[in-house]
Design a protein around this ligand. Sequence first.
Ligand SMILES: Cc1cc2nc3c(=O)[nH]c(=O)nc-3n(C[C@H](O)[C@H](O)[C@H](O)COP(=O)(O)OP(=O)(O)OC[C@H]3O[C@@H](n4cnc5c(N)ncnc54)[C@H](O)[C@@H]3O)c2cc1C
Length: 388
Amino acid sequence: MTYFPLSKEQQELKDIAVQLAADELAPRAAETDKTRVFPRASLDGLKASGLWGLRVSKEHGGLGADLLSTCLVVEELAKKCASTAMCYKMHVEAAELISRMPSDYQVEHFVKKIATGEILCTVAGGETSGKGDNWVPGMVLSSVEKGDDGYILDNLRKSYVTSAGQASHYFMLCRVGAETKGHKLSALFIEADKIEWETLEDWNGLGMRGNNSMPIRFNGVVPEENRIGDEGAALKYLGAIMMPVVALTYGAAYLGVASGAYELAMEEASKLHPSGAKRLDSPINQRRMAELSAKIEAARALLHVAAAAGDAGQVAAPLPYLQAKVSCSEVAVLVTQELMTMFGGTAFAGRLPFERYFRDARAGMIMGLANDDAYQTIYSMLFPEKKK
Ligand SMILES: Cc1cc2nc3c(=O)[nH]c(=O)nc-3n(C[C@H](O)[C@H](O)[C@H](O)COP(=O)(O)OP(=O)(O)OC[C@H]3O[C@@H](n4cnc5c(N)ncnc54)[C@H](O)[C@@H]3O)c2cc1C
């Protein structure tokens, strides 16, 4: 359900996503998970309806969707195939900054092409927090040097790049100059066909198995006109411009894992078995389904209210976005774990796809801002240190 009142336009976008998820994503989801093949066909299936340009402004050929519609679309896709939804979410995230503050050059070369579906982009942000067992708290992103022709990427490695090797463009965060401090980040929009890159490992994750979230190494020169905004100012843009869409679409994707598994459970648990019984005859399962529905609606209500407040320009700090992200990812873990119990051996043996949802849900705890990290940030917003 969606208790939040939707506008006609929001409802229409949701309906489009429901239909596309059923027609394009659902039939390929099991195979995507099993074979780990990148869900290119499922993503291509979203193009004609304009979803690749979901948040690109109407002026530049996109759908101009607000945050709430964006959450509705991502949730519906994730209900049917979390891998495809995550690749799509990363595309929407990677397209956000350049769509919101493009130069004239970038409008023509990138933004309009995102809207028409010529560009599939992704985020090459995170790097490893250490080497092997040497875990180092707090990541400092690699630096690039500035040359006459642009930014020189010299064996620059990113750790988990969804759609690695499949994306045509990478939204990359880096420092310019080895001496530059960790918080002085710059954002580059890299064209894959104008640079050398190689994926370094196979992707064989526990969940999100169609994601291609591999390490990737870049070499080459990125022209200055591909930098988004000012040099060293990306953290400011991340906070002020990107954070709503980053955190809320994580929330929506994991909410979709929860609600997709739940919808499947409603269908399966109501089926009459040859014995004449159904799983929902059991009071413990009746209680379980009722309780899970309440938890899902609570997470969804927070997600939608945070998105709507953001759309209304009423959010000053990212607190509600992060609270929504952790709530949705945790509800996905809870719901899928309970359904694994409820459907017993049938689920464990993989005769019903609950185990896929269960594995996909785990990624929500560590992705983006990992939940522990998000809680730390939530805490610091609730209890800001007084300046001496
Ligand atoms: C399926 C998948 C797809 C991904 N796709 C992308 C992508 O497209 N682009 C991209 O840039 N990245 C991507 N990532 C990376 C992701 O966003 C995280 O950066 C990554 O999963 C963190 O893993 P790590 O081993 O570096 O975590 P670590 O930093 O080692 O963290 C491990 C644990 O340490 C704790 N911890 C770490 N830092 C803190 C902190 N500051 N405060 C409190 N606790 C902390 C937490 O408990 C955390 O769960 C993806 C990851 C996955 C799993």
